[in-house]
Design a protein. Structure first.
Length: 100
């Protein structure tokens, strides 16, 4: 799988808006992406207020196509409205193993 790991600080009080943005993404953009999508969101233990996003898609070509999608770009611009400062991104290639 190919995707990204992002670190961001949300603006104070924007958690509900972020939830709405993610719901919107899942409803409108996710259905356009072929294959499996893995999304993880959490907080950094030793840095309160810092959120970590992990998004993985079936392969790099699909990831790059999503990055060039105008709807994804419009969603990303709304996302940046709830972020305080810059977001750091790392593109990654990973294997997904679900173990019981």
């Amino acid at each position: 799988m190919f995707g990204t790991i992002g670190h961001a600080r949300l603006t104070p009080g924007s958690e509900a808006k972020m939830t709405t943005l993610m719901d919107d993404w899942n409803r409108t953009i996710r259905p356009t992406i072929p294959g499996r999508v893995v999304q993880l969101t959490g907080t950094v233990k030793d840095r309160p207020g810092e959120t970590v996003f992990i998004a993985l898609i079936q392969d790099e070509a699909t990831y790059r196509a999503l990055a060039n999608d105008p709807d994804q770009d419009a969603w990303y611009r709304r996302f940046m409205d709830v972020v305080d400062g810059d977001v750091t991104w790392e593109d990654v290639e990973m294997e997904l193993s679900l173990l019981d």
